[in-house]
Each structure stands twice: as C-alpha cells, then as structure tokens.
Design a protein around this ligand. Structure first.
Ligand SMILES: [Zn+2]
Length: 226
C-alpha cells in the first residue's frame, strides 16, 4: 500500500511543481510548515492539559488519602484508653479468679451444709428415740405410782374396815346382839359411840356394815378384809 502510494505521491508532486511557480511553492511550503507547527503546538498543549488534569486528580487522591489517614489515625485508641482497657481486662481476670474460688467455696459450703443437715437429722432421730423411751418410762412410772397409790388407798380402806369390824364386835358384845344382827350407822359412829366419825374410803368406795358374823365390805374391788 505504501509502496503503491509513494510513486503516486511523487507523480502528484512533480505534476504540482510543474504547474506552480517558485513563489507559490514557497508560500505553500511555509503554509504547510506553519500548519504543522500549529498542529504540534496544539497537540503539545493538549498533552500538557491532560498531564495537568491527571496531576490535579492525583493531588486530589493524595489529599483524600491524607485526610483518610488522618481520620484513621484519629480513630486509633488513645494511650489512656488503652491503659483503661488493659486495667479492665486485668480486673476481669481477677474477678474471674475470684468467681472460680467462690464457686469452689460454695461447693464446699454446700457439702458442709449437707453433712450438717445429716447430723441434724441424726440428732433429731436420736432425740425422738430418747423422747419415746422417756415417754415409755414415764408411762411405766405413772402406772407404778398409780399402783402404789391404789395399794396405799386399799391399805387405808382395809384399815377402816378393820376398825368398823371392831366397832361391830364391841356393839354386839355391849348391846348383847347375836350373830346375824344388823347394826346401823348411829349404833357404831358418833361422839359417844365406838368411832367418833364414820370412816371414808380414800378411793370413794361405799361401806356396807353387814350383819354380825359377816365382815364389813367396801364397794371398791380389792378393798377387802383378808
Ligand atoms: Zn375402799
């Protein structure tokens, strides 16, 4: 293409140089050179403009980066804040240690409390057994006391029956009453009789004098003359 174009260009130039005079040639060449220089200058200016634009864009980027860096450096943690955070961390670790200790103590206290609870339960069982034994013993003693009291009362009552029987025999003798005669209370009891006041059974029994030859009796069981 170039090799084909070159001879054609030459032929054109030869043709043009033939038809134009020298002054015209100079004018054309000057005009061409001027145009070329203007074009080069324009290109140069355009390039310069581009470079300036790029430079401005880069400076803007740099400014942006600087401001971003300043912003990020302002976001970094100040030393006193770091110290505070570190102190807080140490405090947290200390508290965690204390908590672990407390948990251990709590577990040990719980086992002590459980042991204490068992001791208390055992003591309560022991106390219950003792109370039961004491109640049994008290019942036994009370029964014994009641028995002794009953024996004592029976003894007093039988002594009364002996006295009443003696009065009956004295009455039968003095009043010349035969066996089978039935004395009444006024015959035996009174200030002028054999017993000043009619005896009373300590257990609330009722006396029956009975006839001469039969022993007097008390209504309470066991209150009997031998
Ligand atoms: Zn009696």
């Amino acid at each position: 293409m170039i090799s084909a174009g070159v001879p054609a260009g030459h032929a054109l130039i030869l043709f043009v140089s033939r038809i134009l005079d020298d002054a015209m040639k100079i004018k054309i060449v000057f005009g061409l050179v001027t145009a070329l220089l203007a074009g080069a200058l324009a290109w140069e200016f355009h390039t310069l403009q581009q470079v300036q634009d790029e430079n401005a864009a880069l400076q803007q980027q740099l400014a942006d980066l600087k401001s971003a860096s300043a912003a990020s450096s302002s976001e970094t943690v100040p030393p006193e804040e770091l110290k505070r955070l570190r102190d807080e961390h140490i405090e947290l670790m200390r508290l965690r240690g204390e908590y672990t200790q407390w948990q251990k103590k709590s577990a040990s206290a719980a086992s002590e409390a459980e042991k204490l609870r068992q001791d208390v339960a055992a003591a309560r069982r022991d106390a219950d057994q003792k109370a039961e034994a004491l109640a049994t013993e008290t019942t036994r003693r009370n029964a014994e006391v009641a028995q002794q009291q009953a024996r004592a009362q029976a003894s007093v009552c039988i002594n009364n029956l002996v006295k009443i029987n003696g009065a009956k025999q004295q009455w039968a003798l003095e009043a010349k009453q035969p066996v089978g005669a039935l004395p009444q209370d006024p015959d035996l009891f009174g200030p002028t009789r054999y017993i000043a006041q009619k005896p009373v059974c300590p257990d609330g029994g009722v006396y029956t004098l009975n006839a001469i030859g039969v022993a007097p009796t008390c209504s309470v069981a066991g209150h009997t003359l031998p």
